[in-house]
Design a protein around this ligand. Structure first.
Ligand code: URA
Length: 237
């Protein structure tokens, strides 16, 4: 461990927020190297030990979760109006967590959450990993939709930058699976708008080979398995 502020260290190793850590300090419940401390900004070195109520705290490794996002919940860490996906991770300290690929408020399905920035960067990298969506449309899907998705579409406001080839598999007149290599703003909805249709329902089923666990009801989450985490790891690390 390089130097880290005491309040940050405690917030990372316990369910307490940084403001709660200040209360713990005031109450004399934290000790560094056996001595009671009051300074939240104290710089900890690699050999310092920190104890809360006599229990030694140790830094945990990075965290990785999947969540089945219900409609009406925002893919954000904070929101003044709506519930966020982090609000659903009850019992987990939200400190340092972020979302690896957001969904619109009305989109449901797989959201990946982590505090490992390099991992989420790799999972989101355009062209490297595919995302699979189940789409329901307002009108029958046009006959040439497969070809137009595969060729690349010009989205409104981004006419100079056609979408990367995407795959569409028709499941019914108004239902399809779509595989995307990139994640532009409202991309699926804008692609269907570009072929004269409208998305009524959108559900993300998979990202980068990580499938939404069918055992998770809307709003439920679980930690990723080591095989799922390996998807975003640098080879050899
Ligand atoms: N494409 C969209 O239009 N919305 C999403 O939430 C995800 C992909």
């Amino acid at each position: 461990m390089r130097t880290m502020r005491l309040d940050k260290f405690v917030a990372h190793t316990t369910p307490h927020s940084r403001s709660e850590v200040r209360l713990l300090l005031r109450a004399g419940r934290l000790r560094v190297n056996g001595q009671p401390v009051k300074d939240a900004g104290l710089a900890l070195g690699p050999t310092d030990t920190v104890a809360l109520d006599g229990t030694l705290l140790t830094l945990r490794g990075p965290r990785y979760f999947m969540l089945n996002k219900p409609a009406g919940v925002v893919s954000a860490t904070e929101d003044g109006e709506h519930r966020t996906v982090l609000d659903l991770l009850r019992g987990e300290n939200p400190e340092g967590l972020h979302i690896a690929g957001r969904l619109d408020i009305d989109t449901t399905g797989l959201v990946l959450i982590t505090d490992d920035g390099q991992w989420s960067h790799r999972v989101k990298a355009p062209g490297r990993h595919e995302k699979r969506y189940r789409v329901q449309t307002a009108r029958p899907i046009a006959d040439d939709a497969e070809t137009r998705f595969a060729t690349g579409l010009c989205l409104r406001g981004e006419e100079d930058q056609p979408t990367l080839p995407a795959c569409l598999q028709r499941l019914g007149p108004c239902e399809a699976l779509v595989w995307l290599q990139e994640g532009r703003y409202h991309q699926v909805k804008r692609m269907f708008a570009a072929i004269g249709n409208h998305v009524e329902r959108l559900h993300r089923e998979a990202v980068a080979g990580i499938e939404l666990d069918p055992a998770l009801s809307p709003g439920e989450w679980r930690p990723l398995t080591s095989a799922e985490i390996a998807v975003g790891r640098v080879p050899g690390s």
